[in-house]
Design a protein around this ligand. Structure first.
Ligand code: SAM
Length: 208
């Protein structure tokens, strides 16, 4: 079915339209400060992955990992390295795509960053003996270009790992502040410097 995007845009709530426009601006702008684009050193990544138990001695292909804002892929690529190692130890020799496609979801807002990290991921997978077609399909299944606080994500996760964007509040567009008002209130009430959202399924459960 052909969707009429003009119609959708015209009937959208003004607040939602403004939030989507703000997301689009952040997704395409060059400067990293407003997006908190500071990446993580390898030894810190390894330390955190070890600490969280995301280690290849476990059947990681049966677990799910979420990276909410993958940036240059420092956490993402190390997690993939561990996932492939675990699959080689514990896998049943079946389809790599089927076995691994649900093991990772990783979100990045900034379009150029998304594209360059996607390329690095496919290069890494092919250099690790994953066929090019499977590597591209895994990248399509794993990576999402969107605003993590607004995008719907399927299912539950066993690990949520990554270095979140630390953005000065005054740099966050007003429309996005309103869209994530609940998250902001929670951060104020709990005194936490950032908020990681629950997956949609958990949100539904907590409402019922
Ligand atoms: C501190 S960097 C961390 C990158 C990566 N997690 C790491 O540890 O190396 C934060 C990243 O979050 C992205 N970002 C900012 N706001 C976002 C949002 N609302 N949703 C998804 N990604 C976002 C930025 O573009 C940037 O690449």
């Amino acid at each position: 079915m052909q969707l009429n995007f003009d119609l959708i845009a015209n009937t959208m709530q003004p607040a939602l339209r403004a939030a989507l426009a703000a997301v689009e601006e952040l997704a395409s702008q060059g400067g990293g400060e407003a997006r908190g684009a500071v990446f993580t050193r390898r030894e810190v990544v390894d330390f955190i992955l070890d600490l969280s138990g995301y280690t290849p001695d476990k059947p990681l292909h049966e677990k799910r990992l979420l990276e909410p804002s993958f940036g240059g892929g420092d956490f993402l690529l190390s997690a993939v390295e561990r996932l492939l190692a675990a699959w080689r130890i514990h896998g049943d020799g079946g389809s790599t795509l089927d076995a691994l496609k649900n093991a990772i979801r990783a979100v990045e807002l900034h379009r150029d960053t998304f594209q360059s990290t996607r390329r690095a991921l496919v290069e890494y997978l092919t250099a690790s003996d994953v066929g090019l077609q499977t590597a591209n399909r895994l990248a399509d299944a794993w990576l999402v270009q969107d605003d993590f606080l607004l995008v719907p994500l399927d299912g539950q996760f066993d690990y949520v790992i990554g270095n979140p964007p630390y953005v000065r509040q005054e740099l966050i567009p007003e429309a996005l502040m309103r869209a994530s008002e609940k998250a902001r209130k929670l951060a104020e009430q709990t005194g936490t410097p950032f908020v990681v959202r629950k997956p949609a399924s958990a949100e539904k459960q907590s409402k019922s």
